[in-house]
Design a protein. Structure first.
Length: 216
C-alpha cells in the first residue's frame, strides 16, 4: 500500500449528523480507487480502477497496471488538501465519496489519465472522459486490458478441471510458476485466464508452457 503523509482529509460521512464528520491525518492508498483515512475506508465514486495485482496487455507489455493506477492516485491525492463528500455506502460497508484535491475531482482525473474506467453501473459522470482517454490511448487504453469488474470475476476461486489440478500462476514480476496440490501457496493461488494463467494436467504440460515448479 502507498502512504501519503502530511495530508488533511475532510469526509462527509453518511453516518454522521448534519455538519459532517471531519477526518484529518495520514491517508493510505489501497488501490487505484480506494483510500483509507482515520480508519475510514473510502471508495471513489463513479470509477473502477484495476485491482492492485492486475496486469494489463497480456499479449504484449504485460505491465503492472494495478500498481501503476495506485501510484497515479497517490500523486493526484498529494496535490493538496483532500476533501471527500460522502454519497453512499457500498455493500461492503465502505463510504462511497467524491473526492477533490486542490479543488480538482480526483476521480475525474483518474479517468482522464486512463488510470481508471468510468463505473457505468453506478454513474455516467465520467463516460465522456473515458471515451477521450480511449481515443488518445492513454494509460490502460494503450493496449489490451480486462475490465476491472471482469478481472474480479475471473480471479475468484475456480474449481480445477478433473485430473488437471496443477495451477500455473504468473506473479507480479511476470515469472511463470506452477503449484502442485499440497504446496504452501496452492490454496491461495487464483487462476486468471485473462493473464495467461492456466490449470495443467501434468508437470510436463506446465513446463512445456514455460512454467517452472514452485520451490515450496
Amino acid at each position: 500500500m502507498l502512504i501519503l503523509r502530511s495530508l488533511s482529509v475532510l469526509a462527509a460521512l453518511l453516518a454522521a449528523p448534519a455538519g459532517a464528520l471531519t477526518l484529518t491525518g495520514q491517508a493510505r492508498i489501497v488501490d487505484g480507487d480506494t483510500i483509507v483515512v482515520a480508519g475510514e475506508r473510502i471508495r471513489l465514486f463513479g470509477i473502477d480502477a484495476p485491482e492492485l495485482r492486475q496486469r494489463c496487455d497480456p499479449s504484449g507489455r504485460n505491465w503492472e497496471c494495478g500498481v501503476w493506477a495506485a501510484q497515479v492516485l497517490a500523486k493526484l491525492a498529494a496535490r493538496g488538501v483532500l476533501k471527500c463528500e460522502a454519497l453512499d455506502r457500498d455493500r461492503y460497508g465502505c463510504t462511497v465519496a467524491r473526492c477533490t484535491a486542490a479543488g480538482r475531482d480526483i476521480g475525474a482525473e483518474m479517468v482522464r489519465q486512463g488510470a481508471a474506467a468510468a463505473y457505468v453501473q453506478y454513474s455516467l459522470d465520467y463516460v465522456t472522459l473515458e471515451a477521450t482517454a480511449k481515443a488518445e490511448l492513454r494509460g490502460l487504453w494503450s493496449g489490451a486490458v480486462t475490465a476491472p469488474a471482469d478481472y474480479r470475476k475471473i480471479a475468484k476461486r475456480q474449481p480445477a478441471p478433473e485430473g488437471c489440478a496443477i495451477k500455473g500462476n504468473i506473479n507480479t514480476k511476470g515469472k511463470r510458476i506452477y503449484h502442485m496440490p499440497g504446496q504452501r501457496d496452492y490454496d491461495a493461488t487464483r487462476i486468471s485466464v485473462a493473464k495467461g494463467e492456466a490449470f495443467f494436467c501434468s508437470e510436463a504440460d506446465a513446463q512445456a508452457a514455460g512454467f517452472r515448479a514452485a520451490k515450496r
